[in-house]
Design a protein around this ligand. Structure first.
Ligand SMILES: Nc1ncnc2c1ncn2[C@@H]1O[C@H](COP(=O)(O)OP(=O)(O)O)[C@@H](O)[C@H]1O
Ligand SMILES: [Mg+2]
Length: 350
């Protein structure tokens, strides 16, 4: 297991910068996730850490070892991809044991290690099968077994769940978390799915166009985003972003000491907006545009001063489209951002 340190790491293709320069430290045993939209540079970054790809600038350390010039094999990492890349003609046992076999480990050791991994992954009864006789989730588990059998210094995973259907994805997600707690191997995980990133990670870095927009614990990034990109990227349903005039009452509380510093946007999470069908003190009247039921919650999108705000209906209420509703917004939950830069404006918060 290892600490991973990145310094000034950058990648250019044909002179075009696609990533970095980035500085980052991933702690020993940490589950660390790079999350961001498609094309933001997640795979590029993971491939640089793995040594599959060479950086245009910068260095990478595993503990005190500068691995920048080392091949993937020499870096002692294991990778799991979206496509499981199992050997079709080999059994599950042979697939898992493969990395040890190519390293010429003794037969007995291989058998022992394969059994160990198969037990933790629930694959004991499937060891004699071929990959084509397995479900998608089982195949992914075999790929993980093959990665873990060597006890690598770090486990790198690139969107390993995106080929699975929704139910299985949730099941495997829980499995990854359990396995990480069991093995404690430093894990660098890549996904475009913010919920997956939030649930799995000790810390995550939100990537946008090859730059880290913010890095920290999932709760920290959700509660205290540094910029609009992070605020918008995390959370479902997505955060409300509006101009001050839509939030007249609550915003005047938040912004009462505001200087006219230019155009600002205000955010509030849908869960911090209560939507009632009865008038309430300090509530903003709005008109229902759309309702969305998830079974557990009824989300109401209402138009207030020409802008849309999503909030949660009070229990039992089911407002009709076009009807008037009353939005109760916790002024303390409102955050402010500079519209031009997207940066958080914190000076008025105490
Ligand atoms: N071999 C390559 N040549 C040129 N551009 C590339 C190459 N590989 C990736 N890119 C570009 O680098 C950016 C990041 O790609 P990638 O790391 O695959 O993103 P992600 O994994 O986040 O979807 C994209 O704009 C992509 O088009
Ligand atoms: Mg990718």
């Amino acid at each position: 297991m290892a600490t991973i340190r990145i310094e000034g790491l950058a990648k250019r293709y044909d002179g075009q910068r696609v990533m970095g320069p980035l500085d980052l430290r991933i702690e020993d045993g940490e589950f660390f996730t790079f999350v961001g939209p498609s094309g933001c540079g997640k795979s590029t970054l993971l491939n640089l850490i793995a040594g599959v790809d060479a950086p245009s600038a910068g260095r990478i350390w595993f503990d005190d070892r500068d691995v920048s010039a080392l091949s993937p094999g020499e870096r002692d990492i294991a990778m799991v991809f979206q496509s499981y890349a199992l050997y079709p003609h080999l059994s599950v046992r042979e697939n898992i044991g493969f990395p040890l076999r190519v390293r010429g480990r003794p037969r007995k050791e291989i058998a022992h290690e394969v059994d160990r991994v198969a037990r933790t992954l629930g694959l004991v009864d499937l060891l004699e099968r071929r990959p084509r006789q397995l479900s998608g989730g089982q195949r992914q588990r075999v790929a993980l077994g093959r990665a873990l059998v060597r006890r690598p210094a770090a486990l790198l995973m690139d969107e390993p769940l995106s080929n699975l259907d929704a139910g299985l994805r949730l099941e495997m997600r829980a499995e990854f978390k359990r396995l990480h707690e069991l093995h404690g191997v430093t894990t660098v995980y890549v996904t475009h799915d913010q919920e997956e990133a939030m649930v799995l990670s000790d810390r995550l870095a939100v990537l946008d166009a090859g730059s880290i927009r913010q890095c920290g614990s999932p709760q920290r990034l959700y509660d205290d985003p540094d910029n609009l990109f992070v605020a918008r990227f995390l959370g479902s349903p997505p955060i409300n972003v509006v101009r001050g005039d839509a939030l007249a009452g609550p915003v005047s509380l938040v912004a009462r000491r505001a200087t006219p510093a230019g155009s600002e946007l205000f955010t509030v999470r849908p869960a911090q907006v209560t939507v009632d069908v009865e008038p309430r003190r300090d509530a903003l009247p709005g008109t229902v545009v759309l309702t969305e039921s998830t079974g557990a919650d009824l989300w109401v999108i209402a138009e207030v001063a020409g802008q849309r705000i999503r909030g949660r209906a009070v229990p039992g209420a089911s407002p009709e489209r076009g009807s008037t509703v009353y939005l109760l917004i916790d002024a303390g939950a409102i955050q402010r951002f500079d519209e031009a830069t997207g940066a958080r404006v914190r000076i008025f918060e105490t």
